[in-house]
Design a protein around this ligand. Sequence first.
Ligand code: SF4
Length: 436
Amino acid sequence: MPLIRDGNLALDPWVHRGDDDPLADGPTIVSLDRWKRDRDTLLKRNLALGLRLKSDQAPAQVAADLGHFGVVALEFPTFKDGRPFSYAKLLRDRYQYKGEVRAFGHILRDQYLFLDRLGVNSIEVKDAKQLGEWRKAMAEFTVFYQPAADVRRLAMALRRQVANALKPSRPDFDDLTPVADVPPDPDAPPPPSPSRIAVADAKVRAFSHKYGHLSAQKLLAAMIETEFSGRIALVSSFGTEAAVLLHMVSEIDRNLPVLFLDTQKLFGETLRYRDQLVGRLGLANVQTIRPDPARIKELDSNGLLFSRRANLCCQIRKVEPLERALQGYEAWITGRKRYQGRRRAVLPVIEAAAGRVKINPLAGWSKDLLDEYFIEHGLPRHPLEAEGFLSIGCMPCTDRVAPGEDMRAGRWRGQDKDECGIHETPASQSLTSSGL
Ligand code: SF4
């Protein structure tokens, strides 16, 4: 069925499953009834999960669990039923839900604008022949005066933007263009060969079936002890939630290589927290990775590149050093989670990237689960968390997060950037993912 997402025709990775359908490995949408009945089983399978709500099932019934879902699909039994509209607004405003809100069922193209403004960002179009009509509906209104749940920029903000654009340009935060115009890193490792990419892809598919039912701890043990013994590393930022994965790893193998990217722009608190956790958990192989001094001298001699070209700054301080550090490893472990939203909302547990296997054992974990783990194991918190820094990276690019804001809203605030680039893989280097 065609899908319109964020104003464009999109491929739909999600599959609706009935209450008694067998589960496959890919991103799966289940009913509220099935979620209530099989909650524990579904969580154990570590699938990318979506939730389907009928028009008499308010999101309040599942408010505490919303962090588990990458998509909430609202059913319209008839276009006259107004309840799913209300649910969309509640999801966005009251529950601060950041994942995909989808409408399906009996919807009219004339309802597109209302859905969009209430925070619905994807629509299943029943009849492909109607796509032309839906496209027209999407183009009917372009300027908005009233705020709504879609957080569109309003007419006044656009006017201010035009006025600012007419002022002489400022050097700060102007340039987020890709880094293709910069001389490549002369010490960069060669790109992975097609055969290596194919091997990584095949492993992801095989592991999806073999390990799909495992908890995060058991999955980690299988990867570290069995599948990639001596050829796998954990990459950790020692940020606000890093202690959970570090603790799990320390219980399996304290000598596992832990790669820590010191961009030389980090908070002193992060460096001290790293030392605290290393001592507390007995981690014996934490490797601090730093940028190449020659690249810094060549491209960021005054240390202010972050203020002009953040993508390039991340490239030379994070992406290139990590790529060099990962040479010799077949797999790496990350601490990303789906509840962090945006591009992470459909994060698989196992994926292939640039000829390596990437394991994301906490992909399906919610904030509540992480908090419980901290308490259960008496883990110390990052000292900046109590000061309102919910996601912590480099000092110049990390801001406090206000109550109700997305936890990563403080990263590169004010810029059209939400990832540093270490998790982006060129299309030519494949990106197969399992839906685990
Ligand atoms: S997060 Fe900021 S300071 Fe750190 S590498 Fe990226 S742009 Fe540079």
